[in-house]
Design a binder for this molecule. Sequence first.
Ligand code: ATP
Length: 397
Amino acid sequence: MASITFDRITKRYPDGTQAVSELDLAIRDGEFLVLVGPSGCGKTTALRMAAGLEEISEGRLLIGDRVVNEVHPSQRDIAMVFQSYALYPHMSVRENIAFPLQCAGLAKAEVRERVDRAADALGLTELLERRPKALSGGQRQRVAMGRAIVRQPQAFLMDEPLSNLDAKLRGQMRAEIRNLQREYRTTTLYVTHDQVEAMTMGDRIAVLRKGVLQQLGTPEELYESPANLFVAEFIGSPPMNVLSATVTRAGSGSELLLGSQRLVLPAGALDAYPELAGADATPVALGLRPEALRDAAGADPSWPRLLADVELVENLPPEKLVHLRLDAEPVVTEATLELAADVDQAAAEDLRALGRGSVLHARLPGTTPVREGTRAQFAVPPSALHFFDLSTGQAIA
Ligand code: ATP
C-alpha cells in the first residue's frame, strides 16, 4: 500500500484547455478519498494522471515516495475500475478475474486461491463459471472489482464505477465497495459527480471546481464548515438555502436584516465572527441548511424567529420537506448557476428569473403541524447560521 500525492499538478490539453490547476492533494496510505465536483471540473483528468494515462503538464505525482511522472501505467502497481466494466465476453467470470494474475505469471495454485478469496468477498462464488452476458449489471461491476482486487495493488483508482447501475443497486454496491476497502485497506482514489456517493463513501472528500481544489475534509467538515458558497451548495440535499442579509450591531447584541424582517440574535451569537460582530452593517450571504429551520413552538426562546409563507409541504416520512417563501433576495452566484445548470437547465433559468423573493427548503419532523397556504414562524439556532462574503463567496470566519 502507499500514499498518492499530487504536488502542484497542472494539466493543460494541447488545445489550451486547463483541466487541472496547481492541484495539491495527498491521499494517505489506506485512505478512501473521493474526488467530487460537477461535470467537466477535471476529476477524470486528475485520476488519469494518477494512472499514467494522461501526461502531466506541471508538478509531480508521487506514489509512496517515488515520483512517477515518467513511469509507465503498467509499472505503477495500481488497479483501475471504470464505469464500463470492460469484461472479456468470451471468458468466464473466473477467467476474467484471473486474467491479470495469469498475465503477471503467477502460479496456478496462487491464482486459484486469490480468485476464490475475491469471489467469496464479492459474493461471486456461485457465478464463477458464467459468462459476463449471463450476469446482471451489479454482478458485472463486482467482477470488474474482483479483477482489481486480486492483483493486490498498492492503490485503486475508480472512475464513477457505479454510474451504470440503478439507484437501489448503487446504494448496495456503495456499501460493498466501502466494506471491501476496509477489509483490504487499499489506498483508494474514487471519482464521482454524485455528492451522496462522496458523503457516504469517503474518509475524506476533495471538492473540485473548474480544475481548482475548493476544499479537502471529512464529510462532516464539508457539511458543517464549507469553505465557500460553492461547497456549501454542492454538499447536502436539498442544498443549503443562501440569502442576502445584513448583519448589524444592536446595543450589546446584534441583528440580522433579512428582507423586511429583523432577526434578533442572542448575545454572543457572533463571537466566532469578529469581523461581523464589530461592524455596523455588513452585507453577507447567509446560509441556512434545511434542518436549521425549526418549528418555533417549543424551540429555545432565545433563538431568532423567522416568518415565512408555506408554499408546499412534501411528506417524506419520517420527515416533511417544506417549501417556504420569504421576501429576502436569494444570492445567485456564478457557482449557484453552474450547479443548477449541472442538474437541470430549467432550475438555472428559474434562478435567473428573480424578484419574487426566495424559496427556502426546510426539513422538519413529520409530526410538525405545518400547513400549505399559511404563514408560519420558524426558529433558527444561532449555531446553524453560516456567513459568506457576498463578493468572493468565501466563508467568513
Ligand atoms: P465528467 O464528470 O463530465 O466526466 P470531469 O470532471 O471528469 O467531467 P474531465 O473529463 O477531467 O472532467 O474534463 C475536464 C476539462 O478538460 C473539461 O473542460 C473537458 O472538456 C476538458 N478535456 C477533457 N479531455 C480533453 C482533451 N483530450 N482535450 C481537450 N480538453 C479536454
